[in-house]
Design a protein around this ligand. Structure first.
Ligand SMILES: Cc1ncc(COP(=O)(O)O)c(C=O)c1O
Length: 380
């Protein structure tokens, strides 16, 4: 059997990782400014993480959600504290799309409504409702087009308020820093205004923190830069540092109903162990603060590079979620970075490089990346 060929691949077989570096099967080292698509939060193969997961698999990998799982309870308590959402409740699933799917269902159950407002250029996942609230018709099949969703420009509060005033909207879903959309941020005025309007018209506000959350922006959640408190928060990616996992943080305004939500694998023992060890390392190594400090430094360095080098037209972002606009398609630059400079980056649109490194990126590694980017751009 062959693989179902849906991914354009770099012809590189990554076999090992450590911190912000990965190695291919020929022993070539790469600097990882991509973090396996924003997934690696505490760094590749962190010894504490490896030890915790190895220990747990030797005891118990999985049992069902029909019995008490104290690891889930510990995770809820720890996550509540570190994120300042002590009073919220946690529902655990396996991926980002599933987290958003459950957010949207909860909002619809609560309000009895079926309309959703989402932002233009949004990405929320590929399952049925998640892809319907994603602003990309190419990845929505006819079965996903159910006219639930209206896409509106991020930061244009008036148009969101006009729709909300119809009092038929179940949920607004936003990424406070859009990832696939090209590192575009919600403004505090928009976020605060939207929160108020949602309250006024009985609509649930969902912040998708799957890419921009879990410390990446330099605060635990990106919306915490904007002074808002959404009703539902979806998380995934960094929560398990590569162990597949997702979660929804749910405001006390929602009452749990037996059987309304559920999953076979979500919140299993191994996943919770991975997530707990991620929080251990985030706390002991101050990784949220590191993302903030190194992110600011890297953005400054890239802005300086913009002044002296060709091809960079804008640098923006927060923490370790950074977009670099180019006046040429990213494709060639990214290829050169990978094959010549041995450095992985992400991308967005046609001409944006997207940086999503592990949150443990050091100052030296940030400088190293800027040097490699300078060399790659010089050859274009
Ligand atoms: C903002 C955002 N939401 C949702 C998702 C979907 O997550 P997953 O691929 O785990 O389903 C992604 C994945 O890239 C994302 O960036």
């Amino acid at each position: 059997m062959k693989l179902f060929d849906v991914y354009p691949l770099f012809d590189i077989n990554i076999v090992r990782g450590k911190g912000c570096k990965v190695w291919d099967s020929h022993g070539q080292e790469y600097l990882d400014l991509y973090g396996g698509h924003a997934v690696i939060s505490i760094g590749h193969s962190h010894p504490h993480y490896v030890k915790a997961i190895t220990g747990q698999i030797g005891k118990l990998g999985f049992y069902s959600n029909s019995v008490v799982n104290t690891l889930q309870q510990q995770l809820a308590e720890r996550l509540g504290k570190i994120s300042s959402y002590d009073d919220y409740r946690l529902f655990l699933i396996n991926s980002g799309a599933e987290a958003n799917e459950n957010c949207l269902k909860l909002a619809s159950f609560k309000t009895g409504r079926r309309r959703i407002l989402a932002a233009e250029k949004s990405f929320h996942g590929r399952t049925s409702l998640a892809v319907e609230v994603t602003d990309n018709p190419k990845i929505a099949a006819p079965v996903n087009n159910n006219d639930h969703v209206t896409f509106l420009p991020l930061n244009n509060l008036d148009v969101w308020e006009q729709e909300l005033a119809k009092s038929n909207v179940a949920a607004c879903i936003i990424e406070c820093i859009q990832g696939v959309g090209g590192i575009r941020s919600a403004t505090p005025e928009f976020a605060k205004g939207l929160t108020q309007a949602c309250k006024k018209y009985g609509t649930v506000l969902i912040c998708d923190e799957i890419q921009c959350g879990y410390g990446r922006s330099g605060k635990f959640f990106a919306h915490q830069w904007l002074g808002i408190k959404p009703d539902l928060i979806s998380v995934a990616k960094g929560i398990g540092n590569g162990f597949p996992m997702g979660g929804v943080l749910i405001s006390p305004a929602f009452e749990p109903v037996y059987g309304q939500l559920g999953t076979t694998f979500g919140g299993n023992h191994l996943a919770c162990t991975a997530a707990l060890s991620v929080l251990d390392v985030m706390e002991s190594e101050h990784l949220v603060q590191n993302a903030h400090n190194i992110g600011e430094y890297l953005i400054d360095q890239l802005k300086a590079l913009q002044k002296t080098e060709r091809h960079i037209t804008d640098v923006r972002g927060r923490g370790l979620m950074i977009g670099i606009d180019l006046d040429v398609p990213y494709k060639e630059v990214r290829s050169r970075l990978v094959y010549k400079e041995h450095c992985f980056t992400g991308c967005a649109s046609t001409n944006i490089l997207r940086l999503l490194p592990p949150l443990c990126l050091s100052k030296g590694e940030a400088e190293d990346f800027v040097w490699r980017l300078k060399k790659a751009l010089a050859t274009i």
